[in-house]
Design a protein around this ligand. Structure first.
Ligand SMILES: Nc1nc2c(ncn2[C@@H]2O[C@H](COP(=O)(O)OP(=O)(O)OP(=O)(O)O)[C@@H](O)[C@H]2O)c(=O)[nH]1
Ligand SMILES: [Mg+2]
Length: 397
């Protein structure tokens, strides 16, 4: 699974990316600081089963602090998008291509209104961030439309002459955007496109492109820079104007400061929490003030910096993934002695057999039965997984 950040220049994409991944990323208050897309590993937070079993886990990937298991996912930061990106303005097309295979998008908005359309710094509250939602949505839709429109007449004619199935043909043509046959089928039905594709108008194609974009690139909005005075008013307006979106306030800057302070063992901080603990006497007065500011202006008001919540929401709510722990009825260790070594993210609707295949093809092919370890009961291959299930797979020898 792969999540991508997008937004106009200077809204804090790289700050968010760096806070989430602690990978090196350039951050500055001028447009197009980032010139190339960059991929990194971020983490989603899952309540670990170590407490329930009174053991301490030793994850193979990711990490765990006090029953907070951080499971790795792929996150991509891209350069800023501007009006006309879909037709190549500011090399936008190239940047869009780098998020073609994303499963979900995080749209970062500067909710403080201190960057204009081009990403240039302006006085806080002087740009209306509500405008950014639609203009970037439009860029995405037109990008899909551009890909569909290219060679459309010939494509539609071939489909007709060869009596091809339009759902199959179109899904194949758009597979790089992760468009599946069901997506095409449902979108065509919803838009009531009853005529043959050769008769679809430009507007029909545009509507279909938007619909396909909406279902294959679901979006959560990060209302970033919430720490800047006056942003709350914009946040309330944004929520009121766009009820169809989940909007989570964030301060990427604050999260980055907290994670770096934790990394240097100046504070104890669990990503996503509403407080931290100073554990070092090496903090300068400036550092102390900065931390105090974050506590008072971000954590105390919004309950967290938002970064972790946004990632968790994208994976568990928008994409409806489930966290599944492999384990044994009698043992939670692997052959190398690690305790609860893994936690897998599986799409909703996955079965016990899907999970077996995810672990190893051999486990899938030789599947006999599985155990729901928590309930200590046998389950069959069709058993539908639930979030935080612990599953043991039994295979033919
Ligand atoms: N106050 C405040 N400033 C922030 C926050 N997040 C980012 N910034 C600042 O906003 C400016 C732009 O941040 P970047 O992370 O480089 O933004 P970007 O969206 O990656 O920009 P481009 O790569 O140019 O598209 C920098 O000066 C950051 O320090 C935040 O949560 N609060
Ligand atoms: Mg950047």
């Amino acid at each position: 699974m792969f999540i991508a950040l997008f937004g106009k220049p200077s809204v804090g994409k790289s700050s968010f990316f760096k806070a989430a991944t602690l990978a090196e990323a350039e951050i500055a208050n001028y447009p197009f600081t980032t010139l190339k897309s960059q991929e990194g590993i971020a983490y989603v937070k899952v309540k670990c089963i170590e407490g329930e079993f009174k053991v301490k886990c030793t994850p193979r990937f990711g990490y765990c602090i006090n029953e907070n298991r951080f499971v790795p996912i792929k996150l991509t930061d891209i350069p800023g998008l501007i009006e006309g990106s879909h037709i190549g303005a500011g090399r936008g097309n190239e940047f869009l291509t780098s998020i073609a295979s994303a499963d979900a998008l995080i749209h970062i908005i500067d909710i403080s209104g201190s960057t204009n359309e081009k990403g240039e710094s302006v006085k806080p509250l002087s740009h209306d961030p509500l405008k950014d939602v639609r203009f970037l949505e439009h860029e995405l839709d037109m990008w899909y439309f551009g890909i569909m429109k290219k060679g459309w007449e010939k494509f539609a004619r071939t489909v007709q002459q060869e009596n091809q199935n339009i759902k199959k043909a179109l899904a194949k043509q758009l597979s790089s955007l992760k468009v599946a046959e069901e997506n095409v089928e449902e979108s065509i039905k919803k838009l009531k496109l009853i005529h043959h594709p050769t008769e679809w108008s430009n507007d029909d194609l545009k509507s279909l492109a938007s619909e396909l974009r909406r279902v294959t690139k679901p979006i959560i909005i990060a209302a970033n820079k919430i720490d800047i005075n006056g942003s709350k008013l914009n946040l309330d307006r944004l929520k009121e104007s766009f009820p169809e979106y989940t909007i989570i306030p964030s301060s990427a800057d604050s999260e980055l400061a907290l994670r770096e302070a934790a990394k240097h063992e100046l504070i104890e901080y669990i990503p996503g929490e509403n407080s931290f603990k100073i554990i070092s006497d090496k903090l300068t007065k400036e550092q102390k003030n900065a931390l105090e500011y974050i506590q008072k202006n971000v954590l105390d008001i919004y309950g967290s910096t938002g970064v972790q919540d946004i990632l968790d929401f994208a994976v568990f709510d928008l994409l409806k993934y489930l966290a599944i722990f492999p384990g044994g009825l009698n043992n939670l260790k692997d052959s190398e002695g690690r305790t609860i070594p893994d936690c897998y993210l599986m799409p909703d609707g996955s079965s016990a057999l899907d999970f077996a295949f995810r672990l190893h093809t051999d486990l899938g092919n030789n599947f006999i039965k599985a155990y729901d370890v928590r309930a200590k009961r046998v389950i069959g291959k069709e058993y539908l997984l639930k979030n935080r299930d612990i599953i043991e797979i039994v295979v033919k020898r």
